[in-house]
Design a protein around this ligand. Structure first.
Ligand SMILES: [Fe+2]
Length: 297
């Protein structure tokens, strides 16, 4: 098949708009490869005007690789579920399509995603791509911002690169939620969210490009005093989220945005709590462990 997709860069280092493809139609292997190549280069791809069904969204995801089951990653019960299996419900809506109350525990947990993070960095094998589609958006706010961790890594001085090269962090949603004062977890949730290890610098297999692997889920550095670890992670996050490394996406209904969690962080921005924001995510499985996990205690 001829090359049909055009990619237009959205900034100097991150993001491109894709045109010339209807994601309701089956995606050929050649088109999937064009998308992977563009993801390697831009890390975030925006597809406007894609009025997909959930089935078409899932079929497109499968065309790019094996799909991750994200159940258990938040505080929604299965009975709360609005969406088919394999979808992460990133909306603020309950099973009856009504916005959660402002004090709802599920909402307060979910707004932890307003901190910079990489999806599922708290899983031993973390996510590859996330594919998020917007069905309803609030009247204002609710942008998603993306920061390029490869460009941020390359801008570090050599001394810092040497310090962080072999470091391993512990990641857990318990850390990211504690950062916003959310610490009330059941014993079952603490067990489900127990920390995993991730390298702080990872390399993209296809490009060989190194990247900071940061996330608000990273709570400490193995072998370091906690205070020093937190300060280094905070410094690196401040560095990596400077505006020159960031693209801010203002959503339109029927946008589908793909990002590469291996080489980006992202965060949702605030919006009026009483307004529905229906966004749905599928996730591609990661390539493997970034580092060997500690033996279970
Ligand atoms: Fe996220």
């Amino acid at each position: 098949m001829n090359s049909t997709i055009q990619f237009r860069a959205l900034g100097p280092c991150i993001g491109a708009e894709a045109e010339g493809i209807d994601l309701r139609e089956p995606v050929s292997a050649a088109q999937a490869e064009e998308i992977h190549a563009a993801m390697d280069r831009y890390a975030v791809l925006v597809f406007h005007g894609q009025p997909l069904t959930d089935e078409q969204h899932l079929a497109f995801t499968r065309a790019l690789g094996p799909v991750e089951d994200t159940r258990g990653n938040n505080l929604r019960e299965t009975a709360d579920s609005r969406l088919p299996p394999l979808f992460a419900d990133v909306s603020n809506l309950d099973a009856n399509n009504r916005p959660y109350g402002q004090d709802d525990r599920r909402r307060l947990f979910a707004i932890g995603n307003r901190l910079w993070h990489s999806d599922a960095s708290f899983r031993a094998i973390p996510a590859k791509y996330s594919l998020l589609r917007a069905l309803r958006i609030p009247s204002k706010g609710g942008n998603t911002e993306f920061a390029h961790m490869g460009a941020a890594y390359e801008a570090l001085d050599d001394e810092t690169k040497a310090v962080i090269e072999d470091l391993v962090c512990e990641h857990s949603q318990l850390f990211s939620r504690a950062a916003i004062g959310f610490t009330e977890f059941t014993a079952e949730e603490r067990e489900r969210f127990k920390p995993v290890h991730q390298k702080l610098v990872r390399t993209l297999p296809r490009t060989g490009r190194s990247s900071l692997y940061l996330s608000s889920h990273a709570g400490t550095i193995v072998g370091w005093p906690l205070a020093e670890a937190r300060l280094l992670l905070r410094d690196l996050t401040e560095h990596a989220t400077q505006r020159e490394f960031v693209y801010s996406h203002q959503w339109q209904v029927n946008d589908l945005v793909i990002w590469d969690n291996r080489q980006t962080m992202h965060r949702g921005r605030a919006f009026p709590a009483g307004e529905p924001r229906d966004v749905r995510r599928t996730t591609l499985k990661g390539d493997g462990l970034t580092v060997e996990q500690p033996a279970a205690a």
